[in-house]
Design a protein around this ligand. Structure first.
Ligand code: CMP
Length: 137
């Protein structure tokens, strides 16, 4: 089915100047960019986005990192977009991410792992609503 998913290029990816590289990898796989913007993430939005991780040991660092610099926010659309994007991104832990995946090629640590993508269609709907409230009808 045609799906939409929310993708972030995190502050480390923006600083490494690989936003274009990330977009290219999705496009080359037949996915398209439906919406895109560069923003500085407000702390409140960061906490809502990552609310499932609240209480975990890495939560504070996660919020500090995602708010540390500009983030590229995108809605990626296409056939099985949620799973397809996660495949292209690679595993969360860069040591487990295979070479050829975005994280396998560029991520340096589990915290600075270049990209985020929704983990399921339902999550995608929630995350797209959070990051692109202007697209809501
Ligand atoms: P992301 O897909 O953005 O979702 C939550 C983020 O928490 C994850 O990528 C990692 O960058 C970060 N993180 C830090 N430590 C851990 C951990 N132990 N397990 C999972 N995610 C972690």
């Amino acid at each position: 089915a045609i799906e939409k998913t929310l993708v972030l290029v995190k502050p480390d990816g923006v600083k490494k100047h690989i936003c274009g590289e990330v977009i290219s990898r999705f496009e080359r796989k037949g996915l398209e960019v439906e919406a895109i913007k560069m923003i500085q993430v407000p702390e409140e939005l960061a906490k809502k986005h990552y609310e499932e991780h609240e209480g975990k040991g890495f939560f504070k660092d996660l919020i500090a990192f995602i708010t540390s610099g500009p983030v590229l926010v995108m809605v990626i659309k296409g056939e099985n977009a949620v799973a397809a994007v996660r495949q292209i991104n690679g595993a969360t832990d860069p040591l487990k991410a295979v070479p050829g995946s975005i994280r396998g090629d560029f991520a340096t640590s589990i915290d600075e792992n270049v990209v985020h993508a929704s983990d399921a269609p339902e999550t995608a709907e929630r995350e797209i609503g959070l990051w692109f409230p202007e697209l809501k009808k």
